[in-house]
Design a protein around this ligand. Structure first.
Ligand code: NI
Ligand code: MN
Length: 228
């Protein structure tokens, strides 16, 4: 069994009781975060792209804990230059880690980062994580893309995290279509109501998904956990 905890905005923690994986640990300065970055003890940190609301506290957490950062090539190299352990990957590539398997997926988005928020940092991605016999899909920041159908053709996703806040990513109705494409057992909306440009109604998303009947939507408040 995997416990998935929402840490606010797009940050998620996955744990099987022995290994802990953090995804997009934007904690300091995150208006939704209820934990402190220095309380987190991950073994691995997965970063979908270099924007500050995803890269977040990665460098400080990775240096303190020795966690390995798993991300796209350019961002992994930059994290290495900052003194972090990093494993670079490319979109479409997969790799077997001690805890399970990771595959990066297409995300239609940009990916600056580093000291200058807009310095080139490779490409934005989503990620599939097979962990504890479950398959978790964190879509990162992305537009709706027809390529999401390819995921459902090959994999059964147990838990998906989709952005719904619009402005930078899918809005509610695009995210509902993404759920139709991917057909996860459970889907959790992310990346909304953190700041005014990404206001969205998670109840609207949840009712549309639940009415469609192929997936179950769960709205998580920061620090809520669900068992997968
Ligand atoms: Ni972004
Ligand atoms: Mn973002």
């Amino acid at each position: 069994m995997i416990q998935a905890t929402f840490l606010g905005h797009a940050a998620v923690q996955l744990s099987d009781g022995s290994t802990t994986i953090l995804i997009d640990p934007f904690i300091s300065g995150n208006p939704q975060a209820t934990v402190k970055a220095d309380e987190l003890m991950p073994d691995f940190i997965v970063i979908t792209h270099g924007h500050a609301d995803h890269l977040g506290d990665t460098v400080a957490i990775a240096k303190r804990t020795g966690a390995t950062c798993i991300t796209t090539f350019e961002l992994a190299n930059w994290l290495g230059s900052q003194g972090c352990a990093a494993h670079p990957m490319g979109i479409g590539g997969s790799f077997d880690f001690p805890f399970g398997w990771i595959k990066f997926t297409i995300a239609h988005h940009s990916a600056g980062g580093g000291e200058l928020a807009d310095s080139y940092m490779g490409t934005a991605a989503g990620v599939l994580i097979r962990f504890g016999g479950k398959l978790i899909y964190h879509a990162g920041d992305t537009a709706l893309t027809y390529d999401m159908k390819l995921i459902a053709e090959r994999f059964k996703v147990d838990l998906a995290f989709f952005p719904i806040g619009s402005n930078f990513t899918m809005d509610v109705d695009d995210a509902v279509r993404a759920v139709e494409f991917v057909k996860p057992r459970t889907v959790v909306p992310l990346h909304y109501n953190t700041w005014p440009p990404i206001e969205a109604d998670p109840e609207d998303f949840a009712s549309k998904v639940n009415n469609a009947g192929h997936s179950k939507a769960v709205i998580m408040a920061p620090n809520d956990s669900i068992d997968v």
